[in-house]
Design a protein around this ligand. Structure first.
Ligand SMILES: Cc1ncc(C[n+]2csc(CCOP(=O)(O)OP(=O)(O)O)c2C)c(N)n1
Ligand SMILES: [Mg+2]
Length: 616
């Protein structure tokens, strides 16, 4: 006879989550770091009661906004290289759909998070329950169907025993390097509270380890042959390198073969910035060192990258018409992009086997030397734009220089949207793998502070430095209060350029009038003069506004010694960005317009579009 235990579906769900473990550096740990929760009628009585029972083993954390708490869960998973993750539970209706943006963020970035929104009554008796949307034609639709396109796996739990297969599938998706992404289990609120006789074995402890698929022999032979024929090989590293923990294999591989490396936003810090073969950022926000090589490269080994448009310069960067791309990726969808030779494998395993296959083969010395020269030139250019200044309104680059000088490369720097991602991608000198935490897959304004809270939970002993603009701060700052409440200190550097600076620059570059981006160019009765330092202080942070780069550096030195979240605000210039490096990005310019600036921009646009590769 199967031994069973009578539990509600929510009690079974939480018990199961608490029993899932992983091993990191020899230490056995719960794979779920906890559950973020904002309660409402859709989850307080069901999952709320269950979480209370398990609060010792599966901690619950309260936040101020469902999107933000999901950002925190995602930041946690990313900072743990997807080895550990969190769940987030909301009520039904607005609480649930507040998580949809964050679900999309996790989906795009291939990051694991378990979403547990409450849903309408499965028994339909109270219909329409408070916050239920009514579809006139389809009784099975609820607002939680919005999660479907942004979940790797979606299920609606309408009977208590359904949670058994649903949780098995959940763990597959969350722990699989190829499938990894958000899972949504939409929990009908009556079913959360319904009991069932669950088999005891369902709650036995399980240990999950990273799966490391090795390459297929034919694919490996083809990739080795392509590399051996290369005269101008280049490696691009994406987030998959970090998630695989493949940095040491990467270094061994490129050092043995003398192949230069460049990094996507997600892949930055795969190698330390100081590594002589690291040309650093590639693409639209790339360095001249990386982009010059990318233009000429004849074999491009793309490791763990989605090859999104910022990496490929909207597919106009790699100009060598005879090039071959090798797609080393755990996910076949990515491995075969752009007619690549697919090499479906874990990054570390794939690199090790490629290194073995190359056996002493080396790239032509002139190509490697050319790369080193380019790196030196780039470093000189970067030093110029990040140097200290007395300017009243410093540039983002100058603020980055100050943060780098004050904090060094040992901190985790985190960012997501605005002008900073491009500047940091080009200019930040990353240290250890994962010390550069960019959410640039979805580039969500408002990821920064909440995501950093999750990153700090994952790495409590590290300084987590958030860099963000006034726009991102205003969009979602509430978790400053949570960081203070939980004693999770963040150092937040807020660059106030009084508006959406980067979009204003993009608007001008596409021939547009300055319109609706900077506050001064938006419809107003009174020009806002927002006191960010006072705002942050009201949420419990230590805060300060500084008026120079030198003051920023000394405020950061003090922030290092603070034990509470610290917000430092500095006014910056909205019009300046780093000219060195970079590449064209495809942003469609109107074909007809009454503005002559738009017409001129369209002409330039059409010329650039000719560089886009067609069919490869
Ligand atoms: C949620 C969201 N809405 C809109 C955008 C489009 N967007 C990208 S950057 C940006 C402006 C960001 O302003 P701010 O944070 O002040 O940074 P700045 O551009 O001034 O450096 C906007 C509106 C986005 N990325 N995310
Ligand atoms: Mg701004």
């Amino acid at each position: 006879m199967t031994k069973t235990v009578r539990l509600t579906m929510a009690q079974a769900l939480t018990r199961f989550l608490a029993a899932q473990m992983t091993v990191i550096d020899g230490e056995k740990l719960p794979i779920f770091g906890g559950v973020w929760a904002i309660f409402g009628h859709g989850n307080v009585a069901g999952i709320g009661e269950a979480l209370y029972q398990l609060r010792g083993e599966l901690p619950t954390f309260r936040a101020h906004n469902e999107q933000a708490m999901t950002h925190a869960a995602i930041g946690y998973a990313k900072a743990h290289f997807r080895r550990r993750f969190m769940a987030a539970t909301s009520s039904i209706g607005p609480g649930a759909v507040n998580m949809v943006t964050a679900a999309a963020l996790a989906h795009v970035n291939r990051l694991p998070v378990l979403l547990l929104p409450g849903d309408v009554f499965a028994n339909r008796l109270p219909d329409p329950v408070l916050q239920q949307a009514e579809d006139f034609a389809d009784g099975t639709v609820s607002v939680n169907d919005c999660f479907r396109p942004v979940s790797r796996y979606f299920d609606r739990i309408t009977r208590p025993e359904q949670i058994i297969p649903a949780l098995a599938r959940t763990m597959q998706v969350l722990t699989d390097p190829a499938e990894c992404g958000p899972v949504t289990l939409s929990l009908c609120q009556d079913v959360q509270a319904e009991a069932y006789d669950y088999p005891e074995r369902f709650f036995e402890e399980r240990i999950w380890q990273v799966r490391r698929p090795r390459p297929d022999r034919t694919e490996l032979n083809d990739a080795v042959a392509a590399l051996k024929a290369a005269r101008k090989p280049l490696v691009i590293t994406g987030g998959g390198v970090l998630y695989s923990g493949a940095s040491a294999e990467l270094a061994r591989f490129v050092e043995a073969a003398g192949i230069p490396v460049c990094e996507t936003q997600g892949g930055k810090s795969s190698l330390a910035d100081s590594h002589p073969l690291n040309m650093a950022a590639v693409g639209v926000t790339g360095t001249t060192a990386a982009n010059r090589l990318a233009e000429e490269a004849d074999v491009v080994l793309a490791v763990g990258t989605r090859l999104q448009d910022f990496t490929t310069g909207s597919w106009a960067l790699f100009q060598n018409s005879a090039k071959t791309i090798i797609g080393l990726n755990a996910q076949p969808f990515d491995a075969g992009k752009h007619r690549a030779l697919p090499l479906v494998a874990d990054a570390a395993e794939g690199l090790a086997e490629l290194a073995a296959g190359l056996k002493g083969w080396k790239a032509p010395a002139s190509w490697t030397e050319n790369a080193t020269r380019g790196k030196n030139e780039w470093q000189a250019a970067a030093a110029r734009v990040t140097a200290p200044t007395n300017a009243a309104y410093p540039s983002d680059a100058q603020a980055i220089g100050a943060v780098q000088r004050a904090m060094g490369s040992g901190v985790t720097v985190l960012h997501a949207a605005g002008g900073l991602p491009g500047e940091l991608h080009k200019l930040w000198q990353a240290g250890a793998p994962g010390s550069y935490h960019a959410e640039y897959g979805f580039s969500t304004m408002g990821y920064e502070i909440a995501g950093a809270l999750g990153a700090k939970m994952a790495r409590p002993d590290q300084e987590v430095v958030v860099m963000l603009g006034d726009g991102s701060y205003l969009m979602l700052n509430s978790e400053i209060a949570t960081s203070v409440m939980l004693g999770l200190k963040l150092t937040i550097v807020l660059l106030d350029n009084r508006g959406y600076g980067c979009i204003n620059r993009l608007q001008m570059a596409t021939g547009g009038a300055n319109f609706n981006n900077l506050l001064k160019d938006a419809r107003h009765e009174t020009l806002p003069d927002i006191d960010f330092a006072a705002h942050a202080a009201s949420l419990g942070a230590i805060s300060q506004k500084v008026s120079s780069i030198a003051d920023l550096e000394s405020a950061l030195a003090t922030a290092k010694t603070n034990s509470r979240t610290t917000v430092i605000v500095i006014d910056t210039d909205p019009l300046v960005s780093t000219e060195a490096g970079g590449h064209w990005w495809d942003v469609a310019v109107p074909e007809v317009s009454a503005r002559k600036e738009v017409n001129a921009a369209r002409k330039g646009y059409e010329e650039k579009r000719r560089l886009q590769r067609v069919g490869d």
